[in-house]
Design a protein around this ligand. Structure first.
Ligand SMILES: [Zn+2]
Length: 97
């Protein structure tokens, strides 16, 4: 259920600049925000994230939110996404799952 929520939020976030950002909900929820290790094994349960590499443990939804923010900043930092042309915002794109 919360996965759908994240997909919708990605379309709204202003730093995207209206362009497509493809972030898999699975990837988001399985990436360790501390060491960047990605594994389905990091999701011990639906609610709890626990990294199998570094042992980082946190609420799974919180981890997903942190990863979304991190991904957004990474996109913005690349330069290509930062544009002042407002017209590109008119067509919200879908986020591929
Ligand atoms: Zn880790």
């Amino acid at each position: 259920m919360h996965m759908v929520f994240f997909s919708i939020e990605l379309n709204k976030l202003p730093w995207r600049g209206g362009k497509v950002v493809t972030i898999s909900p699975q990837y988001i929820s399985q990436t360790c925000p501390q060491c960047d290790h990605v594994s389905s094994g990091n999701r011990k349960t639906q609610q709890v994230f626990r990294c199998i590499v570094c042992g980082y443990t946190e609420n799974a939804d919180l981890v997903a939110a942190m990863n979304i923010l991190a991904a957004g900043h990474a996109v913005s930092a690349c330069g290509e996404m930062v544009q002042s042309d407002r017209s590109i915002k008119q067509k919200p794109a879908r986020v591929a799952a």
